[in-house]
Design a binder for this molecule. Structure first.
Ligand code: NDP
Length: 268
């Protein structure tokens, strides 16, 4: 029997997740269906209840429901707990369980696809919203020294506080970055959505550095700035999108799909 999955968001029509999961299913010979479902802004929980009652096996959750999904779960993985947000749900015996695969998606894209290992590297994580929360635990676990910069510095401080006892992690304003350089700079702000650039100082990119924008589908002001400032490698978030989907697919189906061909297909 076909196992049913979905992605839930608002809006959702732009989502590439059905295409990605269908490609994984074909490649790994898994009998699944995967559809995009738009939940009303006040109707996330009732949509989940409907999917559970209709026998769905799980779903992905995207903007703006990741925090609501977190609160809904009976059990969470450690990385979902650290993120305080959930992008992957499992429906088992009428219960809703949650994971967050965004951090693994970013890490796999950076370390495997882009061949940039993070152990003892200096990473600047820009932003302290949902996307930054979703990835900091995994960056930390990879052994990077992390600086979180945010317009609202207090949010950055709150975000790093829980990690401070276990490793090297700092909070910063954008102004205080002057004179510092980083091996990897990740833009996890939503500035690119508005074609804006956070107020970054010159000289931020160390030799052989990687500039990574979680946004995908267009040349962003951040990637243009990074190239002009001498970043050795510039990447958008398409690889992360496919890798977080692969991690969710793996957790649901216990088969790990290959991602390179799917990334190439989406780029084309
Ligand atoms: P949130 O709304 O939760 O957070 C927005 C963050 O961006 C805040 O830290 C905010 O700072 C900052 N910000 C917004 N505008 C600016 C600006 N002009 N200059 C500086 N900082 C700014 O959004 P999310 O964290 O959910 O999403 C962020 C981005 O990540 C989106 O573009 C999204 O598409 C992308 N994303 C990509 C994924 C992928 O798979 N590739 C997965 C998840 C997200 P402040 O707190 O000071 O307001």
């Amino acid at each position: 029997m076909t196992d049913k999955y979905a992605v839930i968001g608002h809006p959702i029509s732009h989502s590439k997740s059905p295409l990605i999961h269908q490609a994984f299913a074909t490649q790994t010979h898994q009998d699944i269906s995967y559809q995009a479902i738009e939940a009303p802004l006040d109707g996330f929980i009732s949509t989940i209840e409907r999917l559970v009652s209709e026998g769905y096996k799980g779903c992905n959750v995207t903007v703006p429901f990741k925090f609501e999904a977190f609160k809904l779960c009976k059990q969470l993985t450690g990385r979902a707990q650290a993120a305080r947000a959930v992008n992957t749900l499992f429906f088992r015996d009428g219960e809703v369980l949650g994971d967050n695969t965004d951090g693994a998606g970013l890490l796999n894209d950076i370390e495997q696809n882009l061949q940039c290992k993070l152990l003892f590297k200096k990473v600047l994580l820009m932003g302290a919203g949902g996307a930054a929360h979703g990835v900091i635990w995994q960056l930390f676990n990879a052994g990077a020294t992390i600086t979180v910069a945010n317009r609202n510095v207090e949010k950055a401080r709150q975000m790093v506080a829980e990690f401070a006892p276990y490793g090297t992690v700092f909070a910063s304003s954008y102004e205080a970055l002057a004179g510092k350089s980083f091996d990897v700079v990740v833009n996890a702000t939503s500035s690119s959505l508005a074609d804006a650039l956070p107020p970054l100082p010159d000289g931020l990119f160390a030799a052989k550095s990687l500039a990574y924008d979680m946004m995908y589908g267009k040349q962003t002001p951040f990637l243009t700035f990074a190239a002009a400032q001498g970043a050795a490698q510039c990447a958008d978030g398409l690889g992360m999108l496919v890798e977080q989907a692969a991690e969710a697919f793996f957790k649901w189906r216990e088969v790990r799909p290959a991602t390179a061909a799917v990334i190439a297909q989406l780029r084309a």
